[in-house]
Design a protein around this ligand. Structure first.
Ligand SMILES: [Zn+2]
Ligand SMILES: [Zn+2]
Length: 223
């Protein structure tokens, strides 16, 4: 299946043909089950980071996750609360960085559980990872460990560097160029930052997004 996908892309076969091969590959890789809840009903291969965001992400194997029709509503739910699976995510209220970072983490865990550790199964190109780093404002000196999917999870899990630096600088702390955030960072203040109501903010958290929580299979619980 993978070689069919690669050949189709090389030969510049039609978009819909390549997408159908990509989708088959993702569902096969994930064992024809929803990664989040294990359901086998009404599955689709979802683009974790929307394909309109950067066209090269469209057929990368690291950018796909198998979701059932229930779990597939989450990433496509807009601010009006009504999911429209025919619409790209960006048409419905922008990036959902926390959500897609969680999916990347869930795929990493699933790959270890099922011992599927070959690179091609969850691949992101170097160009894609470089683009992610740029968006997050991460210096080249900061390097990430593991397969490309693990790096992608780590990169999206960094607090955007510009904001992080500005806040730390305001209290006289400098981050080294190669700094990599591996966990939630908690900062305690005296009087430099204020809460919305004007009172001093004495604590601030810099996110670290855990993998999306695996759920019980809704097919099982219905019986
Ligand atoms: Zn599901
Ligand atoms: Zn989708």
């Amino acid at each position: 299946m993978y070689s069919r996908l690669v050949k189709a892309i090389e030969k510049q076969r039609s978009n819909s043909y390549c997408l159908s091969l990509w989708s088959m590959f993702i569902r096969e890789r994930d064992g024809h089950r929803c990664i989040i809840c294990n359901s086998k009903k009404k599955l689709s291969a979802h683009h974790i980071i929307r394909k309109s965001f950067w066209k090269h992400l469209k057929f990368q194997t690291g950018n796909g996750i198998t979701l059932c029709h229930v779990c597939h509503k989450d990433p496509h739910t807009g601010f009006n609360g009504r999911p429209d699976l025919s619409q790209p995510m960006d048409a419905q209220g922008g990036e959902k960085i926390d959500l897609f970072t969680g999916y990347l983490g869930a795929l990493v865990i699933d790959s270890y559980r099922r011992n599927q550790l070959e690179e091609y199964l969850y691949h992101f190109s170097d160009g894609a990872l470089d683009a992610f780093k740029k968006i997050q404002g991460i210096p080249e000196a900061a390097t990430f460990e593991g397969r490309q999917i693990e790096k992608a999870y780590q990169i999206w899990n960094q607090t955007p560097r510009g904001m992080f630096e500005a806040i730390l600088n305001s209290v006289g702390v400098t981050i080294p160029e190669d700094y990599v955030q591996n966990e939630e960072v908690t900062m305690y203040y005296s009087d430099t930052l204020k809460k919305k109501d004007g009172s001093p903010a004495d604590v601030m958290y810099f996110r670290y997004i855990p993998p999306t929580e695996f759920k019980e299979n809704p097919d099982d619980t219905l019986e």
